[in-house]
Design a protein around this ligand. Structure first.
Ligand SMILES: CC(C)(COP(=O)(O)OP(=O)(O)OC[C@H]1O[C@@H](n2cnc3c(N)ncnc32)[C@H](O)[C@@H]1OP(=O)(O)O)[C@@H](O)C(=O)NCCC(=O)NCCS
Length: 157
């Protein structure tokens, strides 16, 4: 039986899909470390959770829960875009990746990206893409991504 530190850490920080109970474990507060994310009522959370669940494997939100504190300390999501090009190919889009500021530098971000990329691959995507700030470029390179082209955006609100 293995009981070294690395396997203990591995068990402590497992990636799993978002659960409806995660709202009470600090999931929204974690997202607030990423960007503007006003408080979400229980009903709003439940409605959005069910909407996303109905998309099944086409939209996955994953989390890492710290088994000691019971808090959600990392998250990310991927959705699968179905195209006509590339023989009706599929593309995975990674979004909303964040690790709690107290838990950064422990390879949790890498774990989240590996989980989301593996999911996109298993869904038959020919590639997985994401947008990031220049400060995070090295992080994503270490996760196996490379820079390509530029991002354009038009905000409506
Ligand atoms: C970016 C973020 C997700 C990284 O998570 P993390 O758990 O701290 O990263 P990891 O520990 O998995 O780092 C993996 C590797 O990338 C490196 N790395 C992580 N962040 C980095 C950065 N900003 N610049 C350079 N290298 C970085 C680590 O040193 C590590 O290198 P190693 O494998 O050689 O040891 C985290 O800092 C974060 O949540 N930031 C705020 C929100 C954010 O910007 N999200 C991304 C939106 S696109």
């Amino acid at each position: 039986m293995q009981c070294d530190n690395s396997s203990t850490e591995g068990q402590k920080f497992q990636v799993r899909k978002l659960d409806i109970s995660d709202k009470s474990k600090g999931f929204i507060e974690l997202l607030q470390q990423l960007t503007v994310c006003d408080s979400v009522s229980d009903k709003e959370f439940k409605d959005r959770f069910q909407e996303l669940s109905s998309l099944g494997d086409d939209h996955v939100v994953c989390v890492i829960e710290d088994s000691q504190s019971g808090k959600i300390i990392a998250t990310g999501s991927v959705f699968i875009e179905k195209k006509f090009i590339r023989n009706c190919g599929k593309v995975g889009h990674i979004e909303d990746v964040v690790v709690d500021s107290n838990a950064r530098g422990k390879q949790l971000g890498k774990k989240i990206i590996a989980f989301l990329s593996d999911h996109a691959r298993s869904m038959g995507c020919y590639k997985v893409i994401l947008d990031c700030s220049s400060e995070n470029k090295t992080f994503y390179e270490k996760c196996g991504f490379k820079q390509k082209e530029i991002q354009m955006v038009m905000y409506f609100t």
